[in-house]
Design a protein around this ligand. Structure first.
Ligand SMILES: C[S@@+](CC[C@H](N)C(=O)[O-])C[C@H]1O[C@@H](n2cnc3c(N)ncnc32)[C@H](O)[C@@H]1O
Length: 503
């Protein structure tokens, strides 16, 4: 017990602390129960911190294990993506000539009367009604420009009518200063500011205010893949999570658009909580540029700071010196954009200009993009042809191997595939799983898919052994149980909220 731990209720010495947040103490179970009614609203396994470099971020207040729920919350605001085909503004589902019915008040196409009356639709509905003319949308097959301003408009509506929500939104990072220098800022000026002022005839908000909200949406909105097309949402706490290319938390969404953030690794008390804002299976230069272009920071996370990416050589190319088995990497990816930067071999003294390495990588990337998808042989040829240039775990290879291990046996069933092919599938899955555990341990979907494919291959190998009289049914059962268990464990997410136990 910390010397000054006092009971929240009676201020007597408190030997026990709340196991939910580890930040409040009680003298007894009884007093914890008394406090729970109000404490449950603030009991969270993290605290909000702030510094000049990161802005606000979250820090664990107690050790967390994989699967522990960290945040569960509904959006502050949700709306359509900036570029979208016409969608229902009540539920986000894509509309067609057959399913769309105009809102009787404002004309925006909706999917049902329930959605027409949904609270989410109030902002654009009331601004359109005040404007006088109804909206008329006839073409449902192509992106419609009118939707570009909806999410921004929904935020601005909060400023006018719901100050408690607005107070939370306006605290979020907007990167106005950095955005001013970008083409997307000029585009937002033309397409969103002008539209709000001309079409909706709204004068309440200044150009600066509207552009700040555009920035808040760009920096903080999460894509919610519940429908096709996905919608976007801003969350009060989840939007404060910092980024890491080797994140320790994973996010998923409830069927109503709420977000659930859970620990993806063992997290120590005092550790920063993070999610990955970009595609963690892109190479380091691409991830870092994407983060700069969309979120305005150069990532210096533990993965970006180690050019070998924890010894996986995920972004490395092979040294081309005769008989050398080494890999080339820059001293640091932070300096790789420098025109004079070089990539150095980890075995021999040679080095190559970064410009030449990137040219080679761009060529291979173009080859990969133009490849027909879903064809086993095409994948194999790609791996064979580029073996001499890329490290075995290279991100281009990872992409193709990930496709390959799903493709083997996909068409006509694994039973029809040769023994070598099934063994190859199992080997690929194991290689990828080992690497993903190092690179992206909190990413349950990728690991889940790989474990599922591995389980299919192991089960087929076992079936063949039993059929040939080479292995006992116990071997098969064991192999299956291990992989099925792992797969289920990864996929399950705890969603219960309960009174935390006293420790
Ligand atoms: C979604 S917001 C996170 C919340 C934000 N810190 C705030 O105070 O509102 C994303 C912004 O946080 C900062 N940020 C997040 N992760 C970062 C990281 N790993 N390194 C540097 N800045 C980061 C960047 O300014 C980024 O644009």
């Amino acid at each position: 017990m910390a010397e000054d731990s006092k009971c929240e209720i009676c201020q007597k010495p408190a030997p026990q602390k709340c196991s939910g947040c580890h930040t409040v103490h009680y003298c007894s179970k009884e007093h914890q129960k008394v406090a729970w009614k109000s404490h449950r609203k603030v009991c969270k396994p993290f605290m909000i911190c702030e510094d000049e470099f990161l802005g606000r971020y979250l820090v664990a207040t107690k050790p967390l294990k994989p699967g522990d729920v960290v945040i569960k919350e509904d959006p502050l605001i949700w709306g359509p993506s900036q570029i979208t085909v016409p969608v229902c503004l009540g539920c986000g589902v894509a509309l067609s000539n057959k399913t769309a019915r105009p809102c009787q008040k404002c004309g925006w196409p909706m999917c049902s009367e329930i959605c027409q009356n949904s609270p989410s639709h109030i902002p654009e509905c009331s601004y359109t009604t005040n404007r006088g003319d109804k909206v008329s949308i006839k073409n449902f097959n192509i992106p419609h420009p009118s939707y570009q301003c909806i999410t921004v408009l929904r935020c601005l509506y909060q400023k006018q009518f719901l100050s408690n929500v607005w107070n939370k939104i306006q605290l979020l990072e907007s990167h106005c200063k950095e955005r001013k220098l970008t083409s997307s800022y000029q585009q937002d000026k033309r397409q969103i500011v002008e539209f709000i002022k001309r079409f909706f005839k709204i004068d309440t908000f200044s150009e600066e205010e509207i552009l700040k909200v555009c920035g808040i949406v760009m920096i903080n909105a999460h894509e919610v893949p519940l429908n096709e097309p996905p919608h976007i949402a801003i969350y009060e706490t989840t939007s404060m999570l910092e980024h890491s290319c080797r994140a320790n938390c994973a996010k998923s969404f409830t069927s109503k658009g709420g977000v659930l953030v859970s620990a993806g690794t063992h997290i120590e008390k005092g550790e920063h909580l993070s999610i990955c804002y970009t595609d963690p299976l892109w190479g380091t230069p691409n991830r870092r540029h994407h983060l700069w272009e969309t979120k305005f920071f150069w990532c210096n996370c533990s993965r970006c700071s180690d050019s070998t990416e924890f010894g996986t050589y995920f972004s490395a190319v092979r040294c081309q010196e005769k008989d050398c088995k080494g890999y080339l990497l820059p001293k640091s990816f932070q300096e790789d954009s420098d025109l004079n930067a070089r990539w150095y071999c980890d075995v021999c003294p040679s080095s190559t200009s970064s410009v030449i390495v990137h040219e080679t990588l761009d060529n291979i990337g173009r080859q990969l993009n133009s490849m027909p998808k879903g064809i086993l042989n095409v994948c194999r040829v790609f791996l064979r042809e580029n073996e001499k240039y890329l490290s075995p775990n290279h991100y281009y290879f990872t992409d193709v191997k990930f496709a390959l291990c799903q493709l083997i046996g996909q068409d006509s069933g694994l039973q029809t595939v040769s023994d070598e092919e099934v063994e190859f599938k199992a080997k690929l899955c194991r290689q990828l799983i080992d690497m993903m555990k190092i690179l992206i341990p909190a990413e349950p979907r990728v690991l889940g898919i790989l474990l599922f494919e591995l389980h299919a291959a192991i089960s087929e190998i076992g079936r063949r052994k039993v059929e040939a009289g080479l292995g006992g049914p116990d071997d098969l059962q064991d192999a299956l149980m291990v992989s099925v268990f792992k797969f289920l464990w990864i996929c399950l997410e705890k969603q219960n909220s309960f009174v935390p136990k006293l420790k």
